[in-house]
Ligand binder design. Structure first.
Ligand code: 2P0
Length: 349
């Protein structure tokens, strides 16, 4: 093989939106969480990161660009992912000496998001999941997604849940080295094919407080937080898994909304307080409540991450009643991100 050969692999990774939230770390280096979490994967057609990983003997240094802009690749989180993936490739090359020595070559990583970065839409989740999978593909690693999730978690905690489609849980684990803090599939999206997600973009700007900083501020100062981690989340994880496996939308919706409320209550209980939602976010909650009251059952469920944008889960049968109800708040149509509502179907990869 010629020296100037460039080896290349491209992949997509989807965004996931948690219905049981990850917030707080017990180990900030390994991104080990204080509680388990559970998410729904959104369709890659709507929100995703595309990443190409290439390597060549002619490349002189590792590099990373996002949407055409050079990024710092020397951060400990990115370096942890590269180190682990190179070690796995090195082991392959050692056991099969005829393989090209990709583990010794510099990497060129090119990523693009088709949605606003760092606006509370899980961009770091899709970003690190795509980075890890693209390099794993480039290196032809036979590593199962659970093991890749352990690596992606070190890039960004929530990234471990973006290596699967459908409904995914991330178990907090108990081992200090993080070896059992992995994501796993609860159910593929085909298990609940009429589930839908509506994204209501109330503000596409970057958030003021990063999740990484905000969650440790909560851990350090919120008296509500230990109660959440120990008493609220564990039974909620079990109830949410049961609701999904039995396709019980009423329970799924009630748990999702309560969980979002509890997470934002812990943010408000942080000192100084963290406010991710804005007036439009709160108006979205009131519309959801009104729709559910009017229907006499749960037809929709709101959830907010570390940002003001709203995700509304609903079932296809209720599309007419739900999807048109937020137009006065966020506009309509998939016409870009400036204050527009955008629909994304919760679907597998
Ligand atoms: C989640 N969030 O479960 C929760 C809900 C935000 C609110 O995971 O420090 O960007 O990179 O591990 O993964 C955001 O946290 O934080 C997040 P790091 P990450 O989706």
């Amino acid at each position: 093989m010629a020296d100037e050969e460039v080896y290349r692999a491209s992949t997509y990774a989807p965004v996931n939106i948690a219905v049981v939230k990850y917030w707080g770390k017990r180990d900030t280096t390994l991104n080990l969480p204080t509680n388990s979490s559970l998410s729904v994967t959104l369709s890659q057609d709507d929100l995703r990161t595309h990443t190409t990983a290439s390597c060549s003997p002619t490349f002189t240094a590792d590099s990373l660009t996002l949407n055409g802009n050079p990024q710092d690749i020397t951060t400990p989180r990115t370096q942890a992912c590269l180190r682990e993936l190179r070690a796995l490739r090195h082991a392959l090359e050692t056991s099969n000496p005829s393989l090209p020595k990709l583990s010794t070559m510099s990497l060129r990583l090119t990523s693009a998001n088709n949605f606003p970065t760092a606006a509370g839409l899980a961009s770091s989740a899709a970003g690190f999941a795509a980075l890890v999978r693209a390099i794993a593909d480039l290196y032809a690693l036979p590593t199962p997604p659970e093991d890749l999730s352990r690596i992606a978690r070190q890039g960004s905690g929530s990234a471990c849940r973006s290596l699967f489609g459908g409904y995914v849980a991330w178990n907090t684990g108990t081992s200090p080295d993080g070896s059992d803090s992995l994501a796993h599939l609860i159910a593929p999206a085909s298990h609940w094919p009429d589930m839908r997600a509506l994204l209501l973009i109330t503000n596409p700007s970057q958030k003021a407080i990063s999740s990484t900083a905000g969650m440790q501020q909560t851990v350090a100062t919120s008296p509500l937080f230990p109660h959440r981690a120990a008493e609220i989340v564990p039974p909620r994880m079990r109830a949410m898994e049961k609701a999904i496996l039995s396709r019980d939308f009423d329970s799924f919706a009630t748990l999702t909304m309560k969980e979002s409320n509890n997470f934002h209550a812990c943010c408000a209980d942080t000192h100084p307080p963290i406010f991710y939602m804005n007036d439009t976010s709160r108006a979205c909650i009131r519309v959801c409540e009104a729709l559910n009251v009017a229907a006499g059952r749960a037809v929709c469920a709101y959830t907010f991450d570390a940002g003001p944008n709203c995700v509304v889960y609903y079932l296809q049968a209720d599309e007419q009643v739900v999807a048109g109800s937020f137009k006065g708040l966020v506009g309509e149509g998939k016409e870009g991100w400036e204050g527009k509502g955008v629909e994304a179907r919760a679907a597998p990869q």
